[in-house]
Each structure stands twice: as structure tokens, then as C-alpha cells.
Design a protein around this ligand. Structure first.
Ligand code: PGA
Length: 248
């Protein structure tokens, strides 16, 4: 089990330049290196360099998605090597919005994970079931399949750069959080699965889905929950700071 906790903000397609200014100016005097936990933020790719200029010390910045090729005729896509050049240290891959809205397949996600890891980016690979799949009793089968398909064939020497986020689709942006017990049940399952499938049971496991300052402590009290991947509540500087403080 890993010891350092993670609070990762996923800003999705939010924030104007003015809002970015407001966010970072509120955190200007906060030295994030004093926290035990890792504070990471994934702004829109187009805002990455602006955020790098404004962010104080101790916050890592990353991307919400990337293409699986480094360059080429892929109009509208973001190259993982360009993101890295820009200063991205990690990339989120397989978020349920990418899977559902942009139809990203298991095969495509697997290629993205491999390319990003090969480049030296850290990867947060997301899995999670829909409400219908949960109601049909398929929670473990669905999450296992996403892990097997998305993470097959990874170079074992890169596993130190891999994190997995369990994000039940029914809890994302809905205000309905999985209870700490529901989340822990799946995290425990994923811990064992990753141990068997990748030979490593220390991969950090983040929970995502309506995480906020009011529920982060209870979630982090569970043995297999190593952090949070946070959408809505990471957009406000004061809430982001509260989450990082709660993570220790
Ligand atoms: P939420 O989003 O915290 O707004 O539910 C989480 C995510 O999609 O990563």
C-alpha cells in the first residue's frame, strides 16, 4: 500500500482566464511542499502554461487526455510529448466522460496509457461502473474488464508511474458520493486485482465522484483509498486547499 496521499483536481472544460487568475492568486502564499500529500491539478490543456506560470511551489500540473501518437495528422488532438514539453507531469486517461461522450475504446485507452508511460508521464487510469451496471450486479466484472483491457502489456518498469482512479459513473458530478464502504469494497478488489494482474499491489488508488471537503476525511480513512480525483470541488481555491489539508 502506498503511504503518500493524492488530491488531484480535474478541472474538465472549466475556468476562464479571469477565473484562473482568481484561483491562483488565492493560493499564491500557500507553499504546497509543506503538505505530506501530493497536490495535482489538470486544467484545460490550453491553460497549462498559464497555470504553470501562476502556480506556487509544490503543485504538479497535468493533462486531462492525450493522443496515443506523439505527432502526425490528427487535427484537434493534443500530443503527449507536446504536453510534456509544456510542463505536464501527468495525464488522466480513460475518464468516463472520454469513454462515454467521446467513445474512446479499450484499445485506444491501452495505447494512450502505454505511450504516456513510455514518455515518462505519470498516468491516472480511470475505471468505474454505471448505475445500471451496479444495479445488475456487475460492479466487479466491469471494473475488472476495464483494468484488463486498458492496462494489458504495460512495461513492468513503468508501473511506478501508474495510478488508478475508481470513479463510479453514477457519482460523478451528481452530488451522490459512493459511501466510504462502497468505495472501499471496490478499492480492495482493485488492490488485489492489480496485485495479480500487474504484480504490484502498491499502485495508488484514488476515489472520484462528488468528493468534497465534507466527505474527504471519511473516504481517506479507508485502508485502500489513497486519495481523491476531484472535479467540481477542485475549482474553488478554498475547497481545493481544504481537500489537500485534509489529506495531510
Ligand atoms: P466530480 O467529478 O468531483 O465533480 O464528481 C469527478 C471527476 O469526474 O473526476
Amino acid at each position: 500500500m502506498s503511504t503518500k496521499r493524492y488530491i488531484v483536481g480535474n478541472w474538465k472544460m472549466n475556468h476562464s482566464l479571469k477565473e484562473l487568475d482568481a484561483f491562483w492568486s488565492q493560493l499564491k502564499s500557500t507553499d504546497f511542499t509543506k503538505f505530506e500529500s501530493n497536490a495535482w491539478i489538470a486544467p484545460q490543456g490550453i491553460h497549462l502554461s498559464k497555470c504553470l506560470e501562476m502556480a506556487g511551489s509544490g503543485i504538479k500540473l497535468g493533462a486531462q487526455n492525450c493522443h496515443h501518437k506523439l505527432s502526425g495528422a490528427f487535427t484537434g488532438e493534443a500530443s503527449p510529448s507536446a504536453l510534456k514539453d509544456m510542463g505536464a507531469e501527468f495525464v488522466i486517461i480513460g475518464h468516463s466522460e472520454r469513454r462515454a461522450i467521446f467513445n474512446e475504446s479499450h484499445e485506444e485507452l491501452n495505447l494512450k496509457v502505454k505511450t504516456a508511460l513510455e514518455l515518462g508521464l505519470k498516468v491516472i487510469f480511470c475505471v468505474g461502473e454505471t448505475l445500471q451496471e451496479r444495479n445488475e450486479g456487475r460492479v466487479f466484472a466491469v471494473n475488472q474488464n476495464q483494468i484488463h483491457q486498458g492496462l494489458k502489456g504495460i512495461d513492468p518498469s513503468k508501473l511506478g508511474s501508474l495510478l488508478v482512479a475508481y470513479e463510479p459513473v453514477w457519482a460523478i458530478g451528481t452530488g451522490v458520493t459512493a459511501s466510504p464502504e462502497q468505495a472501499e469494497e471496490v478499492h480492495h478488489f482493485l488492490r488485489e486485482l492489480l496485485g495479480k494482474f500487474l504484480g504490484r499491489n502498491s499502485i495508488p488508488l484514488l476515489y472520484g465522484g462528488s468528493v468534497k471537503p465534507a466527505n474527504i476525511k471519511d473516504l481517506l480513512s479507508k485502508p485502500n483509498i489513497d486519495g481523491g480525483l476531484v472535479g467540481g470541488a477542485s475549482l474553488k481555491a478554498s475547497d481545493f486547499l481544504k481537500l489537500v489539508e485534509a489529506a495531510g
